[in-house]
Design a protein around this ligand. Structure first.
Ligand code: TRP
Length: 454
């Protein structure tokens, strides 16, 4: 009882007025976190590489079977523990060990932010280039992209992204994160619709759309299934404490089950519409959708340069990408902010300044490793940037997901009550968390860390 009172007062201290989401604000902020570069930059090229529509179907299945149960688990832990991704686990279990696992996910979020901000910076640079018409003075977009990476510009834009992110977070949960998402998400929806109409009205758009919509199951492999599951995690912002952190700011009366469905639907619809923009656009102009990470920055500028009003639509496209990225960077930064505020009692403003600067420094090697400036940042066959992405997305993220899954499935008895599901849904949820999700997540981990191969 005394313990409980003590932790209540700590929660009050760290969660003063303004540190709670409104009901709609929470849903929008969580969708903002989920929808990001993962949907618009990573999803199209992995879909291109792993089998088009058949891969998309796999992604939907993974999202439903594993993604949504784990998302609900994270939100439930956050609201039940009302702390950061580490203290929530300690409070609910009474064991420090769980907090240690939680701490690793917090570090993971911080490191993801360090290289995610680099790509977010590229989108701002390309939006500027496109609107000013500068982009279309070039005709070799591959060269333009590598020249950009050989310069100092990526570092400048990475800094701007972190500055904007810090500026939003500084204002707190309700006046900062929530308000910002309430403005950006409608903007995102409008841009997405405008660009979808543009892409689908291009002559010959049907063929590109067909690649994305007609499943060819012969292209599927165990590898594509694991990539799809890994991406379902990344896309829903799972495994790195982000949804646990947001969950801590949610009102007790909110239905977490419905919120989970809304976030899942938002993420899926967004990925689907992004596919309807990118595949037709690249196909019409004879470009390959399976090009890899440079798809959006090399193939798409080429496509926009060949269409009427291309600099306007190209600019809109990169602004859309930048909006999506910023609502995600905000959620990533809040994870370590919540931690240092509670652990060291720091004020929000100081925590933000300290962590954004630190993140900028940690992200420098990522930003610089993709050009020719610092050759030793490429080692073991990969640039430093790719190493960070590899370790976070393929190792820390599935492990973080596994921790939450096992915690809610086996260790925390109060989960059922906090989640507030009706009995049928509750049984289904616990079944998924106990038996389905851990096995699949373990497989992803073993596969993507290179321990097993097919
Ligand atoms: N989900 C975001 C995207 O698709 C990225 C992201 C934001 C994320 N927060 C996260 C990924 C936390 C993993 C964990 O771009």
């Amino acid at each position: 009882m005394k313990d409980q009172r003590q932790s209540e007062s700590l929660q009050e201290k760290t969660q003063s007025a303004g540190e709670r989401f409104s009901s709609s604000g929470f849903i929008l902020a969580a969708i903002g976190s989920a929808v990001g570069l993962g949907n618009m930059w990573k999803f199209p090229y992995i879909t291109g590489q792993y089998g088009g529509a058949a891969f998309f179907l796999l992604f939907v299945i993974c999202l439903l079977l594993v993604g949504l149960p784990v998302l609900l688990a994270e939100l439930t832990v956050g609201r039940g523990g009302r702390g950061n991704a580490s203290t929530s686990l300690i409070r609910l279990s009474g064991h420090k060990l769980w907090g240690g696992f939680g701490f690793i996910t917090i570090l993971g979020a911080f490191v993801i932010l360090s290289f995610y901000a680099v790509v977010a910076g590229w989108t701002l640079h390309y939006a500027m280039l496109s609107f000013s018409g500068e982009l279309f003075k070039h005709n070799d977009f591959g060269l333009l992209f590598s020249d950009f990476n050989n310069s100092w510009m990526p570092v400048f834009w990475q800094f701007i992204v972190l500055l904007l992110t810090g500026f939003i977070i500084m204002r707190g949960v309700s006046a900062g994160i929530e308000k910002f998402n309430k403005i950006l998400i409608p903007g995102l929806v409008i841009l997405l619709i405008v660009l979808c109409i543009r892409a689908l009205s291009l002559e010959g758009a049907g063929e590109g759309a067909a690649f994305f919509l007609k499943p060819d199951f012969s292209k599927l492999s165990a590898e594509s299934a694991l990539v799809a599951l890994g991406h379902a995690f990344f896309s829903l912002s799972l495994g790195m404490g982000a949804m646990m952190t947001y969950g801590a700011y949610v009102d007790k009366r909110q239905s977490l089950g419905l919120a989970t469905l809304a976030i899942g639907a938002g993420d899926l619809i967004y990925a689907f519409l992004a596919g309807l923009i990118i595949f037709p656009t690249t196909f019409v102009f004879g470009l390959e959708a399976s090009q890899g990470p440079s798809l959006v920055f090399v193939a798409l500028p080429a496509a926009f340069s060949a269409m009427p009003l291309g600099s306007f639509f190209g600019g809109l496209f990169f602004v859309l990408l930048a909006f999506a990225a910023l609502t995600s960077t905000v959620s990533l930064l809040e994870v370590p902010i919540a931690f240092v505020r509670e652990a060291f009692g720091w004020r929000r403003s100081f925590s933000v300044i300290f962590l954004t600067l630190l993140c900028f420094l940690i992200g420098l090697p990522s930003a610089l490793s993709l050009g020719n400036k610092v050759p030793w940042l490429t080692f073991g066959g990969k640039p430093f940037f790719d190493w960070m992405d590899f370790v976070c997305s393929n190792i820390v993220l599935p492990l973080g997901g596994l921790v939450v899954t096992l915690f809610v499935g086996y260790a925390w008895r109060g989960a059922a009550e906090e989640a507030g599901l009706s009995s049928w849904w509750l049984r289904l949820w616990l079944f998924m968390l106990r038996y389905v999700a851990p096995i699949l997540v373990l497989l992803v981990f073993l596969y993507s860390s290179g321990i097993i191969r097919f």
